[in-house]
Design a binder for this molecule. Sequence first.
Ligand code: FE2
Ligand code: FE2
Length: 269
Amino acid sequence: MEINRRAFIASLGGTAAVSLMDSEAKADALEHWMEEQLDEQVAANQAKFPTVAEIEAQIETRNYRRGAGSLFVSGRGNVKKLTPMPKNPTLENFFELRFAPANHVLQSATRALKTGMSEEVILACLLHDCVLNLIKPDHGWWGAQLFEPYIPEKSTFAIRYHQTLRFYPDADAGYEYPDQYFRIFGEDYKPPQHIEATYKMLRNHKWYMEPRLVTVNDLYAFDPNAKVSIDPFRDIIGRHFKQPKEGLGNDNSPSAHMWRTLANPDQPL
Ligand SMILES: [Fe+2]
Ligand SMILES: [Fe+2]
């Protein structure tokens, strides 16, 4: 804990009062003061998380639904005209023109790469939240569907279920419940029944660690100063992403329509 000397001395009545205290009394006073500061900090940290009811009360303060994908809602002011996609768009084109800046997923994948995880997990980290540009609720399931025709089964599994495992700490794997979830879901949030049932299924699944490792990398992926790029992942994409020659959206895959919506989110119908 950082000690604010001036505040501490003032709390004892100033330098004159402190000079009259013996060293044991000073040590006691400091310990007491630190305890109080810690309690205050804990209380302040708890106070900054809203309740589920408070989050619900915000719904009618917006002119959009909270679950709308980020391509559909501007953070501030009006949305901007998008650069058209090339004729046969690749995954990399989508990263550049629709998912950018994609800092969060690039940071997740960078961490997975640095810590020597499997290529399937690195790919899953790179793709795990891309679908948030389209839609936010159930993003694990939507994201898995978006990528399923093009990537290894293990990566799809990891993307689909990282959403569920984000709610469940696993100290052995190095994953704690994130403060961010207290903030966005409410401090008293309980995941719905289908998420609990999915978690139970995953605990006994031979691929449990695939989505778990996505959550482990997810946690550390919000560094605003990190410099990231897609370059280190070109080989992994080349080896594991089945890029359709007609381009994503033109390939008639089960998720081609999702790619078309990402390419043209201004279509009226
Ligand atoms: Fe996610
Ligand atoms: Fe994430």
